[in-house]
Design a protein around this ligand. Structure first.
Ligand SMILES: Nc1ncnc2c1ncn2[C@@H]1O[C@H](COP(=O)(O)OP(=O)(O)OP(=O)(O)O)[C@@H](O)[C@H]1O
Ligand SMILES: [Mg+2]
Length: 112
């Protein structure tokens, strides 16, 4: 199994949820986070002068899937959130050792 952790623009969360739902992936965890990438936040101009916002609001989406489904999920996320502008986000992929469905104590892939 793999955990797909996608840092995306908050306004894209609902579209990703719909796209993944349509492909049969309904379970996920979304967390509001603050992040910065290569551009180190964003430079803004205001009447009082220039200033920099060091962290931007992002959403972290975590989805655990069977190995065979990982590429499908990664593709669906990329296709949904990509604008071509800086700050589109990033996806990290981790191996997952085990999963337990607490209600039934099912383990592994059947518990995902
Ligand atoms: N190396 C990293 N480690 C941890 N989090 C990261 C890393 N790179 C990006 N992130 C997270 O992803 C968010 C979006 O990153 P972003 O899309 O700006 O990446 P980037 O590398 O700057 O690419 P781009 O040049 O396209 O903007 C960041 O705000 C941060 O939360
Ligand atoms: Mg960036």
């Amino acid at each position: 199994m793999k955990k797909i952790e996608a840092i995306i623009r908050p306004e894209k969360l609902n579209a990703v949820r719909v796209a993944l739902d349509q492909k049969g992936f309904s379970s996920m965890t979304a967390t509001e986070v603050k992040g910065r990438g290569r551009q180190k936040g964003i430079a803004l101009q205001w009447r009082a002068g220039d200033y920099r916002v060091e962290f931007l609001p992002k959403v972290k989406l975590e989805i655990v899937v069977d190995d065979k489904d990982a590429e499908t999920v990664i593709d669906a996320i990329c296709d949904t959130v990509q604008t071509g502008e800086v700050g589109d986000g990033k996806i990290f992929v981790y191996p997952v050792e085990d999963v337990v469905r607490v209600r039934t104590k099912e383990r592994g892939c059947t518990a995902v």
